[in-house]
Design a protein around this ligand. Structure first.
Ligand code: HEM
Length: 152
């Protein structure tokens, strides 16, 4: 049983929907295009046509300031296209596509992709919980310069 404010798996899936608007820098997903693995430089969980488009937008050694839409279909609409993109292997980040490829979360993604009514309240619930997580102050934590790494 989860306490009221603990984020569940469904909350994490719902929050990821934030990637249906806005844009991302090429460096955040370049590994999926050029260096995924020795036998498969392009991530096999990426739709090949989408991968080609991403490579055109983000060639190797691209200007680090270049950013592209996270939702290739409806980048300015807060809709459930994000989940439809995952089903068709057009999730931009590994953390996106894994929500569909992993059996533990796949059913929720398919539900959110097919039934907009089921997910409409899920983001609200999850982002409210996130707002109550609490900010760490003083020695309890640190404000990161780069949100992906501890400050050095
Ligand atoms: C469970 C929820 C979420 C997960 C797992 C997640 C994961 C990620 C990951 C892995 C990246 C790639 C960049 C990196 O590795 O740091 C990313 C980028 C991004 N996310 Fe999320 N995210 C989540 C929720 C959100 C929310 C709630 C928002 C906005 C309200 C958001 C906005 C963004 C933006 C704007 C970027 C692009 C950053 C850049 O390229 O500079 N994400 N996210």
């Amino acid at each position: 049983m989860f306490a009221k404010n603990n984020l569940t798996q469904t909350d994490m899936i719902a929050l990821s929907r934030a990637h249906t608007v806005g844009f991302s820098h090429c460096s955040r997903f370049a590994n999926r295009l050029y260096s995924f693995s020795p036998s498969s430089p392009v991530d096999p969980d990426l739709d090949p046509t989408y991968a080609q488009k991403l490579m055109q937008a983000c060639p190797q050694n691209v200007d680090p300031r270049i950013a592209i839409n996270m939702d290739p279909a409806t980048p300015q609409t807060f809709d459930n296209m994000y989940f439809q993109n995952l089903v068709t292997k057009k999730g931009l980040f590994t953390s996106d596509e894994v929500l569909f490829t992993n059996k533990a979360s796949q059913a929720t993604v398919i539900d959110f992709a097919n039934n907009p009514g089921d997910f409409s309240g899920a983001f609200d619930t999850a982002i409210r919980k996130l707002g109550r997580v609490g900010v760490k102050t003083g020695n309890a934590g640190q404000i990161r310069v780069d949100c992906t790494a501890f400050n050095s």
